[in-house]
Structures are given as C-alpha cells and as structure tokens.
Design a binder for this molecule. Structure first.
Ligand SMILES: NC(=O)c1ccc[n+]([C@@H]2O[C@H](COP(=O)([O-])OP(=O)(O)OC[C@H]3O[C@@H](n4cnc5c(N)ncnc54)[C@H](O)[C@@H]3O)[C@@H](O)[C@H]2O)c1
Length: 256
C-alpha cells in the first residue's frame, strides 16, 4: 500500500483530539488521505488543531460521556464528510488517589469518560458502519489495562474494561465487517503522561529500566492506530497492541 494514502477515501472520527495522542492521530490520518472529524471538550485547542490540518479536518465539541453528544457528533461528521469508516476512542482522563480516599464522584467520572465513553462511541457508529458494509474501531486502553497501578483504581478499572469491550465488540461486529482492536500505550509524553503528579517522568527510574529506556511519543501511538485503522490490519480484530517501550515485557533485574 502506498504511503500517504493508507486511509484514502476514509472518514475517521477521533475523540480527545485537541491535544496529545488524539491530535497526533488526527494529523497522521489526514496525511494518509482521511477526512478527519476531531472531537473534544477543549474547544479552542480542538479548533486550532483542525484548522492547522486544513480542509481535510473539522472540529466538533463532543463530550464522550454523553449519549446525546455522540448522536450529535456522528450526525455532524456524516453531514460534513459522510458516514464514518474509522473511530478512534481516544479521549481519556486520569484521577490519582488511593482507594481509601478516592471519592465516588471522582471514581464515577473516570468510568464515565473512559469506559462508558468507549461503549457509547462503539454503539453510536455501528449503524453507519454496518450500512457501509464495514469499518474499524480502535479503542485506546493502556498498560494500566493489564496491571494494577497504585493510586489509579478508577483509571485501571476503566482500561481493563476497554479490553473486555474490545474483544466482545470484535465478536459481535465481525459479521458486520467491523474490526475492533485496542492499543495499550505505556508512558507517553502528553499532558496526561507528563502531568504534575508524575514528576519528571522523562528521566525517571520507571523509564530508565525499560528495554527502550525513555518515555514514548504521541506519534508512536498514532502510527500503531494508523496500522489498525488501515487495510494493512485486515486480519486483525479483538487484538491488543502494546506500544510501551517494553514496559510489560518483564523486570530488568536479571539484565547484566
Ligand atoms: N499519556 C500516557 O502516558 C497514556 C498511557 C496510556 C494510555 N493513555 C491513554 O491515551 C489516551 C489519550 O491520552 P493522552 O496521553 O493524549 O492525554 P491528553 O490528556 O493529552 O489527551 C486527552 C484528551 O481527551 C480530552 N477529553 C477529556 N475528557 C473528555 C471528554 N469527556 N470528552 C471528549 N474529550 C475529552 C482532553 O481534553 C484531551 O484533549 C487516553 O485514553 C489515555 O488514557 C495515555
């Protein structure tokens, strides 16, 4: 497949696209020929990113935790560029607190955005994708969807759930021609991954001990999303792709 045209003629929706990994995915998808609809709750940033991409992109205010917002988002996208071929459920939030002091409200908010948002997103695009004879959904989980992390009970729960949702959707939607896969990023250099709560993550011991001893870049996740969104992944569904610098490969204490 020709580089620069791997998503030619496709309409892609990317949530949480006002910055970080979502922005990287929107930019890369557009550079590969897709029309991209960016959704986020940070309207100024979202509009700026869409304007920088140009005519192949548009921005819509979209809160993934809201059912009505999904209806509006898919309708606006379809009106502007046509029915969606690709959905990246990328939007996410993080709240750090030990279980003993995490409020129910905070816990629920993380589940609402990360987990319910992913469920609502998949449900919202099924009719349009099925009507086109198929499509692709990429759900952004995390290495936190494969292991416990102290202080991140809600986040980790939501990211485990996304893996379960992905596998279940792959089984249900396979007959409709819709592929559904997940990406599990490790530490990525974005507002979330470099948040104040994590200190100087770029040089921290967490990364220094890894097979690839550095924090990841948003474009490195975007390229994995492009692969899964494109026909190059035509036989992949229900899969989880780690983009984690080897974080989960195992401990480094035996290394000489
Ligand atoms: N950065 C990391 O280290 C890391 C690691 C693993 C997984 N992830 C996941 O990757 C995804 C992207 O995160 P990122 O690293 O780019 O972080 P980020 O904070 O830079 O981007 C997240 C985006 O989601 C948007 N968002 C938040 N709530 C929303 C809502 N209700 N509706 C729509 N948009 C909303 C934010 O405004 C922001 O633009 C998230 O799902 C995150 O959990 C991040």
């Amino acid at each position: 497949m020709k580089s620069g045209a791997r998503l030619e003629g496709k309409v892609a929706l990317v949530t949480g696209a006002a910055g970080g990994q979502g922005e990287a995915e929107a930019r890369l998808f557009a550079s590969e020929g897709a029309k991209v609809v960016l959704g986020d709750v940070l309207d100024d940033n979202g509009r700026r990113v869409a304007a920088a991409i140009g005519d192949a992109a548009c921005y819509c205010h979209h809160d993934v935790a809201s059912e009505e917002s999904w209806t509006r988002f898919v309708a606006a996208a379809s009106e502007r560029f046509g029915a969606p071929d690709v959905l990246v459920n990328n939007a996410g939030i993080l709240r750090i607190a030990p279980i003993a002091s995490m409020s129910l409200e905070e816990y629920r908010r993380v589940i609402d955005v990360n987990q319910i948002g992913c469920f609502l997103g998949m449900r919202a695009v099924i009719p349009a994708m099925a009507g086109k004879g198929g499509g692709v959904i990429v759900n952004i989980s995390s290495t936190g969807g494969l292991q416990g992390i102290a202080g991140l009970s809600a986040y980790v729960s939501s990211k485990f759930a996304i893996r379960g949702l992905t596998r279940t959707a792959a089984i249900e939607l396979g007959p409709l021609g819709i592929r559904v896969n997940a990406i599990c990023p490790g530490g990525i250099d974005t507002a979330m991954g470099r948040g104040d709560d994590f200190g100087d993550v770029g040089t921290s011991a967490v990364f220094a001990g890894m097979p690839i001893p550095r924090i990841g870049r948003p474009d490195e996740v975007a390229r994995a999303a492009l692969f899964l969104a494109s026909d190059e992944a035509s036989y992949c569904t229900g899969a989880e792709l780690l983009v984690d610098g080897g974080m989960l490969a195992g401990p480094s204490w035996g290394r000489t």
